[in-house]
Design a protein around this ligand. Structure first.
Ligand SMILES: [Cu+2]
Length: 171
């Protein structure tokens, strides 16, 4: 939900910037035909200043999008304990780690601990393994399954806004 919000935020900023840039660039034409003395004298900003302001805005918007959209995955390989591949995931503003590497054919146990009171994260879905589990705040909940086919599988919150990936390796 955060990413979506910030993306729209970035796009809104871009729209505002374009409006400002075009109105600053275009001269008002409406009153010219009436020969009225204008109460507001037009200040002609140097072109280089307009370009500078526009470029500065674009750089800031780009930085914002890069920061939130280009976020790298936190990769974690499962640990084998008594025949079960174990992984711990903290649920706080997303999933940490959010790229879980597991091996084919061995039972998996993922322990989720939700520390984020955002109701959006209250459910964890791993559709390919038939998992749909509620995650109460500050309590560990485990999900178990055995991956039978190599590949990448998504896990998400109840509304599919926060996402992570399960990578099943054929060893
Ligand atoms: Cu959600």
């Amino acid at each position: 939900m955060n990413k979506l919000y910030l993306l729209s935020n970035g796009l809104l900023a871009l729209c505002l910037l374009l409006v400002v840039a075009t109105t600053a660039g275009a001269s008002p034409q409406t009153k010219d035909s009436h020969d009225e003395p204008s109460r507001f004298s037009r200040i002609n900003q140097p072109f280089s200043l307009k370009v500078g302001v526009t470029l500065g805005g674009l750089v800031l918007i780009g930085a914002q999008l890069w920061w939130f959209m280009g976020k790298k995955y936190q990769i974690k390989q499962s640990q084998l304990k008594q025949g079960i591949q174990e992984l711990d995931v903290t649920v706080e503003g997303g999933y940490d780690p959010d790229y879980l590497v597991i091996n084919l054919g061995t039972p998996v146990r993922i322990s989720f601990l939700r520390k984020d009171d955002n109701a959006c994260l209250e459910q964890i879905l791993i559709p390919d393994f038939g998992i749909n589990t509620r995650l109460p705040l500050n309590e560990i909940r485990t999900v178990e399954f055995t991956p039978q086919k190599a590949g990448e599988y998504e896990f998400t919150c109840g509304m599919r806004m926060y996402r992570g990936l399960l990578k099943v390796k054929d060893i």
